[in-house]
Design a binder for this molecule. Structure first.
Ligand SMILES: NC(=O)c1ccc[n+]([C@@H]2O[C@H](COP(=O)([O-])OP(=O)(O)OC[C@H]3O[C@@H](n4cnc5c(N)ncnc54)[C@H](OP(=O)(O)O)[C@@H]3O)[C@@H](O)[C@H]2O)c1
Length: 300
């Protein structure tokens, strides 16, 4: 099956391409890095020609309110127009748990527009809403900063291994469209300020983390459970402490976390292609009971 991964050079996109190829699918990464641009349309029709499935894991190069809205609106509209013309059978899009609760944020208003466009199109679709990737935690430490301190909300968060999100997307891309939304979260619930503190400590970042219920999360003030999935979410198995340990061990900069795409200076190459290990029969979240990813019906 030909599956085009739009944003296939990104953090989760590169892992998804590896995962799909490992399963024997014809997975094509598409992004500016590969000569395909959803904003200008360059290379898009050629990339999508003959594809049964497209998976949109693009992200906006800028998180500034107007820029991010322009990105997701234009990118998604262009993608849908080309995919409709190519008779794509399934449009999978990656979004964020709590998007509809975070509309005070320009980023989440833009993600909402992306979801609405996917929902309104004629192409059968599935939206996967994931919680924050472990790799994204250092970026949160850049969200509400002064010179020597970071203000972070103590709201609950249930971060997830991006490997597992890539594996869930591969499951979804090879299953029948749900014409609906699925949520996906990690196994443990933390307070956001505690996670950021731990990640910064691991990264030898000496700045102080100030717990502040009014701190902004990409422009939005967080209700306690704003980032937590509802009942029925797929619950992963990868744990934050293992990711921290593995990341520190594999880092070439001794004792510090490796650079990620989310660092402000340039993007890293993604050499890691681990296939996520699923299988846990779900777990409990503050909003209810989780389910196993194996409930997805795989189409051969
Ligand atoms: N990070 C998280 O914690 C998290 C959690 C839940 C959901 N999500 C969602 O997951 C998605 C992917 O996130 P990520 O962190 O994997 O992103 P990322 O690493 O920043 O990668 C972004 C991807 O978008 C591509 N892209 C940028 N402009 C493009 C354009 N004009 N045309 C086509 N492709 C373009 C980039 O291509 P180039 O490399 O060629 O520039 C890259 O492949 C986002 O939509 C985000 O909202 C993220």
């Amino acid at each position: 099956m030909k599956i085009v991964v739009i944003g296939g050079s990104g953090l989760v996109g590169a892992k998804l391409v590896d995962n799909l190829r490992h399963r024997g699918h014809d997975a094509l990464p598409a992004s500016p890095h590969f000569g395909v641009n959803t904003i200008t349309g360059k290379g898009l029709a050629a990339a999508i020609a003959g594809a049964q499935v497209i998976v949109d894991v693009t992200n906006s190069p800028s998180f500034e309110d107007a820029a991010v809205m322009e990105f997701f609106r234009t990118s998604c509209r262009n993608l849908i127009a080309v995919a409709e013309a190519a008779h794509v059978r399934h449009h999978v899009a990656l979004s964020v748990v709590g998007t509809d609760r975070l509309l005070e944020s320009g980023y989440f208003r833009a993600k909402m527009v992306q979801e609405d466009l996917v929902n309104a199109s004629r192409i059968p679709h599935t939206i996967l809403r994931s919680t924050q990737f472990f790799e994204f935690m250092p970026r949160i430490a850049q969200s509400d900063v002064s010179e020597d301190a970071v203000r972070v909300s103590p709201a609950l968060v249930q971060p997830i291994a991006s490997d597992e999100v890539a594996a869930a997307l591969a499951d979804i891309a090879t299953a029948s469209p749900r014409n609906g939304m699925i949520e996906h979260a990690g196994p443990d619930v933390f307070h956001l300020d505690d996670v950021v503190r731990r990640v910064m400590e691991a990264d030898r970042d000496a700045r102080k983390v100030i717990t502040d219920p009014h701190a902004r999360y990409f422009g939005a003030q967080l209700r306690d459970d704003a980032l937590i999935p509802d009942e029925g979410a797929i619950i992963g198995v990868g744990r934050l402490e293992d990711w921290l340990k593995d990341s520190l061990l594999s880092s070439s900069t001794e004792g510090r976390l490796p650079a990620t795409r989310y660092d402000t200076e340039g993007y890293r190459e993604h050499e890691d292609s681990a296939i996520a290990r699923f299988g846990k029969q779900g777990g409990d979240t503050p909003r209810g009971r989780g389910v196993s990813p194996r409930e997805l019906t795989v189409e051969r």
